[in-house]
Design a binder for this molecule. Structure first.
Ligand SMILES: [Zn+2]
Length: 212
């Protein structure tokens, strides 16, 4: 099982694709954004330090990311999907030294559509499942279909934070896309296609075999 990196502006459907790959092929989904939010909730030292960046929509400085993911990454990991990391060129270099990655999949999406999607995003704080009122079937009772917890707007999904995250993507994460392109390991997929269609495309490109 290859290790994958998912890249794309927030709202491009990284979480949905990670979920489908996990469900259908048994990948491990390493969602750095939810690890960071978890640290905030638990009020750890890192959590307290990164809170302001997170709530404003600024990128969390590399040093915090490194201390969080450093102990997790190693070169015999297999079948791991990295979501929300690397977000800067320094993070991409950090990753390259620690763990082999088969490819980075970039979900390309227009800023305007991303903003529209993010304002419709809901999350289950219990099991971290993401929903989108535009894409997913959210039941009328507005509860998580996996665990029944009420769905909430993510605390960093306000319009100012969304704009700052999109700006940070253009400034800091675009070079990461170039980084993988330079290594011939970038796959670009238009994120406007239907989630299931995108999933099938990924399966086909990677030549994934259904687990027995
Ligand atoms: Zn849930």
């Amino acid at each position: 099982m290859p290790n994958l990196v998912l890249l794309g502006i927030q709202g491009s459907g990284k979480g949905t694709q990670a979920y489908l790959l996990k469900k259908n092929y048994g990948f491990d989904h390493l969602n750095i954004g939810s690890l960071l939010r978890e640290e905030m909730k638990k009020k750890t030292d890192i959590g307290n330090d990164i809170k302001e960046y997170m709530l404003k929509g600024d990128l969390v400085p590399d040093k915090y990311i490194f201390s969080l993911v450093g102990p997790i990454l190693h070169d015999n990991l297999k079948g791991v999907i990295l979501d929300g990391f690397p977000r800067t060129l320094k993070q991409a270099e950090f990753l390259e030294k620690r763990m082999p990655v088969r490819c980075a999949i970039y979900f390309e999406l227009d800023d305007k559509i991303a903003k529209e999607r993010l304002s419709h995003r809901r999350v289950c704080q219990n099991c971290q499942q993401n929903y989108n009122l535009l894409l997913n079937d959210v039941k009328k009772d507005n509860k998580c279909s996996k665990c029944g917890n009420p769905l909430e707007l993510r605390m960093d999904d306000n319009s100012e934070a969304i704009n700052r995250r999109i700006a940070a993507f253009h400034d800091e994460t675009k070079p990461v896309i170039e980084f993988f392109k330079d290594r011939d390991s970038l796959i670009t997929i238009p994120a406007t296609k239907k989630p299931e269609q995108i999933h099938q495309e990924i399966v086909y490109i990677l030549g994934l075999a259904k687990p027995a």
